[in-house]
Design a protein around this ligand. Structure first.
Ligand code: GCW
Length: 700
């Protein structure tokens, strides 16, 4: 049976997510020698000590005794030890590294794992590498000690693997404590102040480090007055979080208001070219670094959805971003400047304005103007984290700019952690997309790179003070998968899910491990496509209830200012974004995709209604008409969710009852909500088109 371990200190027990004690069984039964010094080495020591105390292993830290060991974790630069077995293991690690070729370096975070006779050795250049190496050993379980295991080297493909918290310090009257948060309150803030629950913050840092995340921003990109103060008066609260996360190799970033010089500094302007404004940012930033020497940098949403920005002063986004970058540069900090800029006061009657075009129109012309410590952070799609969108053309349009892709782990548009929706396959599709045409460089390549090249991967976080961290226990897998994909964007998401299953539901603690594994794969592997089937069809997007974005609201946004329309009428549906007759958005892509997307004949089915307005009788590549596709997928989607619920019932009694119960409840809601989606979408399009379902099923 699954065992929950309470965290240190008082308070309710929190689910251990993918790090239950049981996941450390194999490690904890070994004789382990750790060699090296440093804050993160102390973290490794703490991990192995706890595991060994529980499972009977032994731990030595840089000893001079001659002991027999099963596992050596050592910094490469550490002194020689008077222990032949340990030195032989280290030498074997070095030899393996040399043999692996390349330049043989491991960098700040990499590690090599090799076997030397009966000993497994993990070497790194820097302490963070040993921490990541340790969690790798945990993931491998017994396989880490397999004598035939070939040597392997791991280095993160992306330097920065970051989560953005949309947590408010003071609860927002509409958005609450966490904007688009579906897992209770914030783990950092409550009712206008810091929660001070640093045990939980540490536990969070541990979860993040174990999946590879190394940076977080701690407050919402919509910065209200209380949140703005984190930069100055309330910096101490941020410093405490940074202290709690530092032992896990996680750096803290802050969302700041572009208007800070006015609202905090009392200046008459925040004009980025004003000398006093520059000095204010320089001085303020210096104070931040005095307090938090490894502070990561600023995150900015400017001139977007009402946030202040450089437009007020007739300046552009490069002027704005460079202002903050200049202040951060002497300290090694970066500014993440979001490209999510569009007109949120559009007139629905105006067919020429296209929200999908906006990020490119604003940012592509600025390529080459950003300082090297600016990362332009681009939502993966041109509109807004939809279940299906094309990949943003901005990512192929700024070769002289460091670009990061922004994903949404919090399930704003993908079921709000009430629905199972495993997003790994979707993110992987985005990261593998080749914007210059098949076989060419991918999005992963664009954001990858050592030093100043790529800007990394960022995602909006999905945790809260909920017992299971993420509301829906299976939504933990999205957080885990994000970290693992950020470490290596080329990995297969199903394999990552398998890792998560093994850690979260350790086979040694389950009566029928294979049944658990199979059931979870059956429920989760394709759950994103299932979600897509019962919601907005063929890439058209939205059709959600305005405001909270949960559940069907086909015309909810159709006559609003937000620029998210489907244009359904009695003849057809979809948005014409072609160059020939539409908004011209297809022209923002490099030639290969500009051509593919331009015509309904070549456009992939799943994006057809994103790019084209077509009649209901239009025949898809699948052979189905658009209207019949809508009916079929919506019936299929609900059947799949019903099957998910049935499958889950097999696990009753097999896993932690509280996990079982919570998921069971949410599956009931998912069935209810999917049914509502099916019936509203099908009824809507039946009424619009008058075309009956070929198979005569119930449409109302
Ligand atoms: O998707 C939208 C959300 C807003 C969010 C915005 C953004 C933080 O509905 O709640 O604001 O995106 O990304 O800035």
């Amino acid at each position: 049976m699954f065992v929950e371990e309470p965290m240190e200190g008082e308070g309710p027990r929190v689910h251990p997510a993918w790090l239950p004690p049981e996941a450390f069984r194999s490690l904890g039964a070994r004789r382990i020698l750790l060699h090296g010094e440093g804050l993160l080495i102390d973290t490794v020591l703490d991990e192995v000590s706890r595991a060994c105390a529980r499972y009977g292993g032994l731990v030595w830290h840089s000893p001079s005794w001659n002991v027999d060991v099963d596992l050596v974790l050592a910094l490469r630069g550490a002194d020689e030890l008077p222990n032949p077995a340990v030195e032989a293991a280290r030498a074997a690690g070095e030899a393996a590294l040399a043999e692996l070729g390349d330049d043989g370096t491991l960098g700040d975070e990499g590690f090599v794992l090799a076997r030397a006779g009966d000993v497994t050795v993990v070497l790194s250049d820097a302490p963070a590498g040993l921490l990541y190496g340790l969690f790798h050993v945990v993931r491998l379980c017994a396989a880490a000690f397999d004598p035939t295991r070939p040597a392997e080297r791991h280095r993160p493909a992306l330097r920065r693997r970051m989560l953005n918290h949309w947590d408010n310090v003071a609860a927002h009257p509409v958005m609450g404590q966490v904007e688009r948060g579906y897992a209770g309150g914030s783990i950092f803030w409550q009712d206008g102040r810091s929660r001070g629950d640093l045990a939980r913050v540490r536990e969070y840092g541990r979860l993040l480090a174990s999946c590879g995340v190394n940076a977080i921003s701690v407050n919402n990109v919509n910065v209200a007055h209380t949140e703005a103060l984190l930069l100055t008066e309330r910096l101490g609260d941020v410093a405490e979080i940074a202290d709690a996360l530092r032992p896990y190799g996680i750096r803290v970033h802050l969302s700041v208001s572009f208007a800070a010089p006015v609202i905090l500094g009392g200046l008459p302007t925040a004009d980025p070219l004003d000398e006093k404004v520059r000095l204010w940012w320089a001085a303020t930033t210096r104070r931040v670094y005095d307090r938090i020497p490894d502070f990561g940098g600023y995150l900015v949403k400017a001139d977007s959805e009402g946030q202040p920005g450089p437009f007020t002063y007739g300046r552009d986004h490069a002027d704005g971003a460079n202002l903050l970058a200049e202040a951060l540069a002497p300290h090694g900090g970066v500014v993440h400047w979001r490209a999510f800029v569009y007109n949120h006061h559009q007139d629905w009657r105006d067919r020429s304005t296209d929200r999908a075009r906006a990020a490119y129109d604003h940012f592509a012309p600025l390529d080459g103007r950003f300082r090297t410590n600016v990362v332009v952070q681009v939502k993966f799609g041109p509109v807004d984290f939809q279940t299906r969108e094309p990949v943003s053309p901005v990512l192929a349009a700024m070769p002289a700019t460091r670009l990061a892709v922004e994903l949404q782990v919090t399930q704003e548009y993908t079921g709000q952690q009430r629905h199972v929706c495993h997003l790994g396959p979707w993110w992987s599709e985005v990261l593998r997309f080749a914007p210059w045409g098949p076989g060419g460089r991918t999005i992963a390549d664009v954001i990858t790179g050592e030093a100043a090249a790529g800007g990394g991967l960022v995602a909006v976080a999905n945790v809260g003070d909920d017992l299971f961290w993420t509301g829906h226990p299976l939504a933990q897998a999205n957080l885990y998968t994000f970290g693992r994909l950020a470490w290596d964007p080329r990995r297969d998401p199903t394999e990552i899910l398998d890792e998560w299953i093994t850690l979260t539901f350790p086979p040694s603690a389950t009566a029928d491990a294979e049944l658990v594994r199979r059931t979870l794969h059956e429920i989760m592997d394709d759950s994103w496509r299932t979600y897509e089937r019962y919601t907005a069809p063929l890439g058209v997007g939205f059709m959600v209830n305005p405001g909270d974005h949960y559940g069907p609201g086909v015309d909810g946004y159709e006559y609003t200012r937000w620029g998210t329309y489907h244009f359904a009428d009695r003849d057809g549906v979809g948005v014409d974004r072609s160059r020939a007759s539409g908004t011209g958005f297809t022209g923002q892509y490099p030639p290969y995709w500009a051509q593919v997307y331009e015509s309904p004949e070549s456009c992939p089915d799943e994006l057809l209604l994103f790019f084209h307005h077509v009649p209901y009788g239009h025949v898809l590549h699948s052979g189905s008409t658009v209207i019949q596709h809508i009916y079929d997928t919506h019936f299929a989607g609900v059947e799949e969710v019903t099957a998910m619920r049935r499958r889950w019932q097999r696990l009753n009694g097999m896993i932690d009852p509280s996990v079982y119960q919570r998921v069971a409840e949410r599956l009931d809601e998912q069935v209810r909500c999917a049914t509502e989606w099916r019936d509203q979408i099908n009824t809507y399009f039946f009424r619009k088109s008058g075309v009956p379902d070929e198979r005569g099923r119930d449409i109302y």
